[in-house]
Design a protein around this ligand. Structure first.
Ligand code: ATP
Ligand code: MG
Length: 307
């Protein structure tokens, strides 16, 4: 049985000398809410655009439900992958219902009025559905964008920063909406700058930095991080230190900043002893508050440099 919605292999996108997405290999489980987290310019939109067929990979490939993307017929792609990237392409002079009808027409989908009303109800736009969308707030436009992405009853929904700019009430409603979509068996791929925005939503997280996936966690692992301690060890030879310590305890992970450990505080005296035997010096050892944004920062190069 195939259980991945999207599998990428060495997926890469270059814009001239900029490598927006760099050799990404990952699996997005079917039925998951997959959070893609990264700062400005990290490569989130570019990656999602490739999944949506709006950008063409420079190298590498990906499959949708185990079928190579290039082998899927265009109509099927458009219906089976719902997309909201950047602003939804709304016709401002139309109301919400007509925008949805227009979208359906463009995709060659026969939708009845009842289904359109159902979708608008589902995204919470029932009361405003007859108003011209030029008067819509950001949150209303986002909701309509999601309804438009849902028009072909897609298996996979790609949403680029759908929570950005929403008020707290809007965020809560979006979370409910996402859970309802997941309950229907859909796979949701959602990008965000902030892990905390998706922290009670996603089932899986991938952190992207300078086009590379630097870390992946499940929501269960994240819960574990948050309830246990987090430690950062720096040495003069981090990769060698990692080899030694990881062999003894698999909780040790290598990050660009040093070695990260999550759990009860490891035995420091023993660590120093092991490192000494291999002529490695410890430079620092810090306990970190188990802050989820902090966890992400452990895995980025932390220079804050935007390409
Ligand atoms: N059409 C394009 N032409 C040239 N460079 C591009 C293009 N699209 C993206 N880039 C570059 O690729 C890199 C990744 O951009 P991308 O938009 O994917 O990042 P992002 O993670 O979505 O950022 P943000 O959080 O700001 O939306 C950036 O350096 C960006 O300047
Ligand atoms: Mg973006």
């Amino acid at each position: 049985m195939n259980d991945t919605a999207i599998t990428t292999s060495g997926l890469t996108k270059k814009y001239g000398s900029i490598i927006a997405v760099n050799d990404v290999t990952l699996k997005i489980p079917k039925g998951s809410i997959f959070g893609l987290i990264g700062r400005n310019g990290a490569g989130k939109t570019t990656m999602l655009k490739m999944f949506a067929g709006l950008a063409y990979p420079t190298a590498g490939s990906f499959t949708i439900n185990d079928t190579p993307y290039n082998n899927i017929v265009k109509e099927k792609k458009l219906k089976k992958i719902g997309v909201l990237i950047e602003e939804p392409g709304l016709n401002k002079g139309f109301n919400a219902r007509d925008n949805l009808k227009f979208k359906a027409l463009g995709l060659g989908i026969n939708v009845n009025e009842a289904h359109i009303d159902e979708l608008l109800q589902f995204v919470g736009l029932n009361a405003a559905k007859m108003r011209k969308t030029k008067g819509y707030s950001l949150g209303m436009r986002q909701r309509l964008g999601i309804a438009m992405a849902l028009i072909g009853d897609p298996d996979i929904l790609i949403l680029d920063e759908p929570i950005n700019g929403l008020d707290p009430q809007g965020i809560i409603e979006m979370r409910t909406l996402f859970h309802n979509l997941q309950a229907q068996g859909k796979t949701l791929i959602i990008s965000s700058h902030l892990l905390s925005e998706l922290s009670r939503i996603a089932t899986h997280y991938a952190f992207i930095d300078h086009g590379k996936i630097v870390h992946e966690v499940t929501s269960a692992q994240l819960d574990e991080y948050q309830t246990s301690g987090l430690y950062l060890l720096k040495t003069n030879k981090n990769p060698q230190a990692y080899e030694l310590l990881h062999a003894l305890d698999e909780k040790w992970e290598l990050s660009p900043q040093g070695l990260v450990y999550s759990g009860e505080q490891p035995d420091l005296a023993k660590i120093v002893e092991i490192l000494k035997q291999s002529d490695i010096s410890m430079l620092s050892f810090n306990a970190k508050a188990p802050d989820i944004e902090e966890i992400f920062m452990q895995y980025t190069d932390n220079q804050g440099e935007i390409l």
